[in-house]
Design a protein around this ligand. Structure first.
Ligand SMILES: [Zn+2]
Length: 459
């Protein structure tokens, strides 16, 4: 009834085919991310015929859940794509960005005389996919290819939903990514509704997050110290969710006089567009955030916030000698404008680098944390004298205890299939759910998953 062509046995590439009552509905169609071996799966056949899929439902816009949608369309899918309106708008920007990045990579390969791989899809496929979106609303049942689908608040990012799918007397729940119930930006996810079968994520199935107040206190401390030294405070961050989260907390810390008011640059064209989507959907957020919106203020706006738009504006940040916070992508330091800022400021001992997301083994972020005295940034050796602080606990995912509490809502008779996790997390969550009296097993994958490469929880 559920066949997984990604997002099983791995954290990325979520793609589950639900066959129920004669309908074939695809839940998510995500990119494999995190290692080259995984990324190579993206251009492979899906493992099913896209033309025979009746409809797609997206749990949320993160690319590891939506990124192969244009490829699905290109390969023959002609049905509707059901999602919350915020998911559609976020997908518009994220999918366009993947086309742009792929194009830039190809241009670079061409300049260097390397072989240029043909892009699997282009802007026209993104436009075609976007034209197929149909809006869903939280709590409102919708007819999807003969099934009744009710999206429920997942509290992960704007537009994120867990899906209750019913046909006849059968109730199936696909969790999507479940949010971290820390009561700040996103609303808390309600527990899983009663169900016969639950397909659930397991990203943090083996561990709980540290208490959130500790995380915030540490972030405030790092910003105060960095400001006192007078250098730049560089925060590599994903354009969606982590950037807005950090902005929200800096703004609250400024109000509480816990940090000095510094210029805060968001040096990411994508983050600038995502900010507009946030403003368009105030109802997506926690009560605290909505109250601030109702007062006519932007909750994600520190006092001296500057969104840079052009490359010249970006370069001007490095010319200024004032202490400032600079938030830029990419979150895993694999590219993007953050590299220019690191190259300019790592040799300065007054610089602070604040790591707010997962850094893959062997990557630049890990080498900065480990304190390598010389690191390679954009092909150049750079002296690294900056302070580096790692702030854990900003995850957008539920921790282990929250996942178990969520699943209890399904009821004792439910069968729980675990997906979207590394092997250790899947096994640990299976044990935890079994101890809680649920029948749990790991969802098998229908695509061979290469080893290595977990992704950041920001995806
Ligand atoms: Zn996600």
């Amino acid at each position: 009834m559920i066949r997984s062509f990604g997002g099983a046995g791995t954290v990325t590439g979520s793609c589950h085919l639900i066959e129920l009552g004669g309908s074939r509905v695809l839940v998510d169609c995500g990119l494999f991310q995190g290692s080259e071996a995984l990324a190579r799966l993206n251009d492979d056949p899906f493992g099913f015929d896209p033309a025979e899929v009746d409809a797609v439902v997206l749990t949320h816009a993160h690319l590891d859940h939506s990124g192969r949608l244009p490829l699905l369309v290109r390969r023959g899918f002609r049905g509707p794509v059901h999602a919350l309106p915020a998911t559609r708008d976020l997908c518009e920007h994220l999918l366009a960005d993947t086309v742009k990045l792929r194009h830039e990579d190809a241009e670079r390969d061409r300049r260097k005389g390397r072989p240029v791989a043909e892009a699997p899809f282009g802007a026209e496929d993104v436009a075609e996919a976007l034209g197929r979106f149909r809006p869903l609303a939280y709590g409102r049942p919708a007819e999807v290819a003969g099934l009744v689908v009710t999206p429920r608040v997942a509290g992960h990012i704007p537009g994120s939903a867990s899906l209750l799918m019913a046909h006849g007397g059968t109730r199936l729940v696909c969790s999507g990514d479940i949010g971290n119930a820390r009561k700040d930006v996103m609303p808390d996810p309600p527990p899983c509704p009663p169900a016969d079968l639950v397909l659930m994520e397991s990203t943090y199935g083996d561990r709980d997050h540290r208490p959130f107040p500790e995380t915030l206190a540490e972030l405030a401390h790092v910003i105060r110290e960095g400001a006192a030294r007078g250098g730049k405070i560089l925060i590599p961050s994903f354009a969606l969710e982590r950037t807005q989260d950090v902005l929200y907390h800096i703004a609250r810390m400024e109000e509480a006089h816990e940090v000095p008011v510094l210029p805060v640059y968001v040096d990411s064209p994508l983050a600038t567009r995502i900010e507009q989507v946030y403003q368009a959907f105030p109802e997506e957020f926690s009560d605290d955030v909505r109250v601030i919106y109702r007062r006519g203020r932007d909750p994600f706006r520190p006092k001296r916030l500057i969104y840079t738009r052009t490359v010249d504006e970006s370069k001007a940040i490095n010319a200024s000698r004032e202490a400032a916070i600079v938030i830029a992508g990419s979150g895993m330091l694999s590219g993007g404008r953050i590299l220019h800022h690191l190259r300019a400021h790592l040799p300065d001992p007054d610089t602070t680098v604040v790591i707010v997301g997962y850094q893959p083994r062997g990557g630049l972020g890990r080498r900065l944390v480990e304190g390598d005295p010389v690191v390679r940034v954009m092909g150049r050796e750079v002296d690294h004298r900056a302070r580096v602080a790692t702030i854990g606990g900003l995850s957008a995912h539920a921790g282990r205890s929250e996942l178990i509490d969520w699943a209890r809502g399904a009821g004792a008779g439910a069968e729980v299939r675990l997906a979207h996790g590394e092997q250790a997390a899947l096994e640990a969550l299976r044990e935890g759910l079994t101890a809680a009296g649920l029948r749990a097993r790991v969802q098998p994958s229908e695509v061979p998953i290469p080893a290595g490469g977990r992704h950041d929880e920001g995806e």
